[in-house]
Design a protein around this ligand. Structure first.
Ligand code: SF4
Length: 452
């Protein structure tokens, strides 16, 4: 008898990508075969994001589209943060969905699917604060870098954010378990690890902090690059910064969410730092790691944000000089404290849109100016994948710049010293100038269902 097939489509953050890898691994252990198209799959799962209304609307639309790929007996399930947030109402909104499972429910996924395949319609959205999926063997599609969840949930309560309500309270995996997983991914041929957590640098397994974790991962033989995402500015202790500076594998890039440059808005967001506090964090990081590159997240149009507040955001963005920024208009999420803000404080959409355009122009302009100055410099590049368009391969410098390389004599998984020869303003083209000892080349393989 042929094995049942499963297709998972992933939306949202890297934590969801990692969770999809866990689900694929668990289902493979229960006899399922992963397929890279929804057409006729026995199980279609959509792993969702709830961070913005737009993301949820997109998923609802996609659930409708996916219906035509279902054959008789196909089970359609919704996983992730939107599943957690909407629970049984999703079963009402989409009659062809028979399973709704939140981020803490994946252990029971094989049994839940069995029930769904025999006609049950189920919701599984209980929190489980002990759940780390330690014993799961993820099925990884990225053959170059490994996403390693080290922490789940969040104890901050930023007033705009739905995550504490969809992923529950913060809990950290045991350091030994993380190190064991890192050793395994090195045995599997990967040399870059990305440690994942909602506020990853607040990692605390009861005995070890994030600084100790960085040092422990750095001691694993064969690890050549360590990244982490996303940190909270308040959790960069001196010990964490010292570990970043002293562990040679820790890359010179931090994604440091800023959200606003105005202390007044930051207070209303309950970010628990001020403009000065954020600036101080950047200064401490840069003093310890002078070549550090920063990227960030910024929300514009938060309720009560005035023109003057927004100007403060622009000036801080200019002052810090980010390499890139994820920029968003505020999106009100039901159930978050922002819902209690006064209606008259909400910023008109056209005002927020205009601010967003100005912010994007400032981020891009600054990055372009700095990137032009880098032409002719040399960097270590890890070749990660085939570029979306054309014949080129795509890689990253240690400080997170994207570089396109011609494929001649270059393979995915290799490290090369590359001279930057051109830039679009945000990404680079490069030429290999001198080979450094390379690892075994890997075949060009795409993940069946990349995050959207
Ligand atoms: S730190 Fe704030 S923005 Fe980040 S996940 Fe927690 S509540 Fe959300």
């Amino acid at each position: 008898m042929s094995r049942p097939t499963v297709y998972i489509e992933t939306y949202g953050c890297q934590m969801n990508v990692s969770d999809s890898e866990l689900m694929y691994g668990s289902l493979a252990a229960h006899g399922y075969e992963a397929v890279d198209t929804p057409d006729g799959a026995d199980v279609i799962l959509v792993n969702t994001c709830a961070i913005r209304d737009h993301a949820e609307q997109r998923v609802l639309g996609r659930l409708g589209e996916l219906r035509r790929h279902m054959k008789k007996g196909t089970v359609m399930g919704v996983a992730g943060c939107m599943a957690q947030r909407l629970g049984p109402t999703l079963l009402e909104k989409a009659r062809h969905v028979s399973l709704v499972v939140g981020p803490d429910g994946y252990r029971a996924l094989p049994q839940l699917l069995e029930g769904a395949r025999s006609g049950e319609r189920t919701t599984a959205t209980s929190f489980d604060l002990e759940e780390h999926y330690e014993d799961f063997a993820p099925r990884r599609f990225d053959k170059v870098k490994a996403w390693i969840p080290v922490q789940r949930g969040c104890d901050y309560r930023c007033t705009y954010c739905i995550v504490p309500y969809t992923r529950g309270a913060e809990r950290s995996r045991r350091l030994d378990d993380v190190v064991r997983e890192v050793e395994q991914v090195v045995r599997d041929g990967m040399s870059e690890v990305v440690l994942l957590g909602q506020t990853v640098n607040s990692y605390d397994d009861g005995t070890h902090d994030f600084a100790t974790l960085l040092r422990a991962v750095g001691r694993v033989d064969g690890v050549r690059r360590i990244r982490f995402t996303s940190p909270h500015p308040n959790d960069f202790s001196d010990a964490v910064i010292a570990a970043m500076a002293e562990v040679p594998q820790v890359c010179e890039h931090v994604h440091l969410p800023m959200q606003s440059g105005s202390s007044r808005v930051l207070k209303r967001m309950l970010r628990r730092y001020t403009r000065e506090g954020y600036r101080d964090c950047v200064a401490r990081l840069r003093a310890a790691i002078p070549s550090l590159n920063l990227t960030t997240d910024v929300i514009v149009g938060f309720p009560g944000e005035t023109d003057a507040d927004f100007e403060e955001t622009l000036s801080l963005v200019q002052e810090i000089g980010y390499e890139d920024a994820y920029t968003f208009k505020f999106s009100l999420r039901e159930g978050t404290p922002a819902e209690r803000m006064r209606p008259e404080e909400f910023v008109a959409d056209e005002v927020a849109s205009e601010r967003l355009d100005r912010l994007i122009a400032v981020v891009r302009g600054g990055a372009r100016e700095r990137n032009l100055r880098l032409l002719g410099t040399r960097h270590e590049v890890l070749v990660e994948k085939a570029a979306r368009r054309g014949e080129m391969l795509q890689g990253r410098t240690r400080d997170f710049k994207t570089v396109m390389l011609p494929p001649d004599g270059v393979a995915i998984g290799e490290y090369h010293t590359v001279e930057l020869t051109g830039t679009t303003g945000s990404t680079f083209t490069g030429a290999v100038v001198r080979d450094v000892p390379a690892r075994r080349p890997l075949p060009v393989a795409g993940a069946p269902a990349p995050a959207r």
